[in-house]
Design a protein around this ligand. Structure first.
Ligand SMILES: C[S@@+](CC[C@H](N)C(=O)[O-])C[C@H]1O[C@@H](n2cnc3c(N)ncnc32)[C@H](O)[C@@H]1O
Length: 241
C-alpha cells in the first residue's frame, strides 16, 4: 500500500505514459460501455445552457466536452495534473471548436485553485480511485460549487451479484493487464486499474461517505452494467456558503 504522496507520483507517471493511447484503450477495455455511462451521467445532471462547470481530473476531456456542449455559453474548466493528458484534451477541444469556451488548468484535485462557490457543477470521471484522499477531493468539489450546486462522480465500482463479480474480477485482474500489454505495450500501468479498485469503497459506502463525511445533500446512486460502474450525484446544501 503506497502512502499519499507516493500514490500521487505513481498515478501521475501512469497517466503521463498512457496519455496517447488512453481514449482508444478506454473504448476497448470497457467494450465501448464508457460512452453509454457518460451519456447517462449527462442525462441525470441536466446541465442547462449558461451553466458553469469544473471537470476535475478531466484527462483527455471527454466529460469536459459534453459539459461544454450542454452549457453552450457557460464557463467550463477542465483540471488535471498530467500535461500529456491535457495536451490530448486541448487537441480534441480545438477540433470541436470549443477551445475558447473551455479553460484547461494544470492543477491538483486535492487543492482546487478556485474560490468557494464558483461553479454550478463539479464532476470527476473515473478518477476518484486515483486520488490520494477521496474525502478531501469531494470536499474540494463541494467547496467550489455554489449552494445547491451538483457534485458528481462517475467511477468504476464492484458488481454485487457474486457470479458476475467473480467473472468481472477474473477479466479485470487477469485479462485486462495483458490487453494493455498487447494493444498499448504497457503491462504495469494497466495492472494499476484492478489494484486501484481493491482499496476503493463500493457504491453504497461511497454514497455514505458523500452524505456523512462530505456533507452533501440528496445523494443519489445509480449502479450501471451490473455495478461495474456507478454514478453518484449529490448537492451542496442550499444554505451552505
Ligand atoms: C482514468 S483518467 C480519467 C480521465 C477523464 N476524467 C475521463 O473520464 O476519461 C484519471 C485522470 O485523473 C488524473 N488525476 C489523478 N490524480 C489527480 C490529482 N490528484 N490531481 C489532478 N489530476 C489527477 C490523471 O492525470 C488522469 O488524467
Amino acid at each position: 500500500m503506497r502512502d499519499k504522496s507516493e500514490k500521487a507520483k505513481f498515478v501521475l507517471q501512469v497517466f503521463e505514459s498512457i496519455a496517447k493511447d488512453y481514449d482508444r484503450m478506454n473504448t476497448l477495455l470497457s467494450f465501448y460501455q464508457h460512452k453509454r455511462w457518460r451519456k447517462f451521467a449527462m442525462k441525470k445532471m441536466a446541465v442547462k445552457p449558461g451553466d458553469t462547470a469544473i471537470d476535475v481530473c478531466c484527462g483527455t476531456g471527454d466529460w469536459t466536452i459534453s459539459l461544454a456542449n450542454a452549457s453552450q455559453t457557460g464557463r467550463v474548466v477542465g483540471l488535471d495534473f498530467s500535461d500529456n493528458m491535457l495536451q490530448v484534451a486541448e487537441r480534441k477541444l480545438s477540433e470541436k471548436g470549443l477551445r475558447q469556451q473551455v479553460e484547461l488548468v494544470r492543477g491538483d484535485a486535492m487543492q482546487l485553485p478556485f474560490p468557494d462557490n464558483s461553479f454550478d457543477h463539479a464532476t470527476i470521471g473515473f478518477a476518484l480511485r486515483n486520488v490520494p484522499d477521496v474525502v478531501q477531493v469531494l470536499k474540494e468539489m463541494k467547496r467550489v460549487v455554489k449552494p445547491g450546486g451538483q457534485v458528481v462522480s462517475l467511477e468504476l465500482s464492484k458488481p454485487t451479484w457474486p457470479p458476475f463479480r467473480a467473472l468481472y474480477y477474473f477479466y479485470f485482474e487477469r485479462i485486462l493487464p495483458w490487453l494493455g500489454k498487447l494493444f498499448a505495450n504497457r503491462y504495469e500501468q494497466y495492472r494499476w486499474l484492478p489494484e486501484s479498485l481493491i482499496h476503493f469503497p463500493d457504491y453504497e459506502e461511497l454514497a455514505r461517505i458523500m452524505r456523512e463525511e462530505v456533507g452533501l445533500d440528496e445523494v443519489e446512486v445509480y449502479p450501471l452494467t451490473g455495478g461495474i460502474t456507478a454514478l453518484h450525484v449529490g448537492r451542496k446544501p442550499a444554505n451552505e456558503r
